[in-house]
Design a protein around this ligand. Structure first.
Ligand code: SF4
Length: 234
C-alpha cells in the first residue's frame, strides 16, 4: 500500500469513527482485495428472472408462515451479489427496511456501508440479509417461533450463495448461526463454521451507533473476515 492508498484508507476509517488501528501482516488491504473486486464485479449481480435467490425472494414476499406477515409493510428477503464471498446477516428488518423492502438502509445500514467501503468493497460485491425477513413490531426482539419459521429461508439462501465468510451481526444472528444461546459479548472473538464458510460473530451496527466504542471491535472482526478472504483464492 502506498502513501496515497494509506491516506484514503485512514479517511475511510475516520468516517466510520474508528481511531484505533489493527494492523495485520497482510496490511490494510492486499492485492487480493483487488482480485475480489474484479471477481465480484465480473459476477456482479444481474440475476436472471429465474435465479434461485429470486425465487426465494418471491416466496418470502408472499410468506404468511408467522404472524409478522400481518404487521409488515414489506418483507425484506435480502440483496446483493448472488455469488458473494462475504455475507452479512443481521437479525431482522427495522422501520426503514420495512418501508423500503431492502436490508440495512437506515442509519445502521449506512454505517455498515461505510465499513464495507473501508474494506475496499462495495455493497454490490457482498450479500446482505437477515434471519427474520419481516419486521417485528416496534423493533422488538424476534420470538423463537418466528426465528424457527423464517430461518429456513436464510439457510436456503446461504446454501445457494456458498460464501466463504458469514459475518453475523448482533445477538440473534450470531446465536442462530453459531447454534448458541450465549451473549454476543461472549460469542464475539470466536469463529464458527457452516459448511465451508467461516462464521464471524460481531456487534450489530445499531449497537455501534448506541455504543461507539464497539466500532473498533467490529472493525477488528471485519479485518479477520478480510484476512480469510485474502488467504482463500476464489
Ligand atoms: S418473518 Fe419469515 S416466516 Fe414470518 S411471515 Fe415473514 S417471511 Fe414468513
Amino acid at each position: 500500500m502506498d502513501k496515497e492508498q494509506l491516506r484514503l484508507q485512514l479517511e475511510r476509517l475516520q468516517e466510520i469513527g474508528i481511531d484505533e488501528l489493527f494492523y495485520t501482516p497482510d496490511g490494510w488491504s492486499s492485492s487480493s482485495t483487488t482480485e475480489e473486486s474484479h471477481r465480484s464485479e465480473q459476477s456482479a449481480v444481474k440475476p436472471s428472472e429465474d435465479s434461485p435467490l429470486d425465487e426465494i425472494a418471491r416466496l418470502v414476499r408472499a410468506c404468511q408462515n408467522c404472524p409478522l406477515s400481518a404487521t409488515r409493510t414489506n418483507a425484506v428477503p435480502g440483496e446483493g451479489n448472488h455469488s458473494a464471498r462475504l455475507v452479512f446477516i443481521g437479525e431482522a428488518p427495522g422501520g426503514d427496511e420495512d418501508r423500503l423492502g431492502r436490508p440495512f438502509v437506515g442509519r445502521a445500514g449506512q454505517l455498515l456501508d461505510r465499513m464495507i467501503t473501508a474494506l475496499g468493497l462495495s455493497r454490490g460485491q457482498v450479500y446482505i440479509g437477515n434471519v427474520l425477513k419481516c419486521r417485528p413490531p416496534e423493533n422488538r426482539d424476534p420470538l423463537p417461533e418466528e426465528m424457527k419459521a423464517c430461518a429456513p429461508y436464510l439457510d436456503r439462501q446461504l446454501d445457494i450463495i456458498k460464501p466463504l465468510v458469514i459475518v453475523a451481526l448482533g445477538r440473534f444472528s450470531a446465536q442462530y448461526l453459531m447454534g448458541s444461546t450465549v451473549t454476543i459479548g461472549r460469542l464475539r472473538g470466536q469463529k464458527g463454521s457452516r459448511g465451508n464458510a467461516v462464521i464471524i460473530p460481531t456487534y450489530h451496527p445499531a449497537a455501534c451507533l448506541r455504543f461507539p466504542e464497539y466500532k473498533k471491535y467490529v472493525w477488528e472482526d471485519l479485518q479477520k473476515a478480510q484476512q480469510i478472504l485474502n488467504e482463500t483464492k476464489g
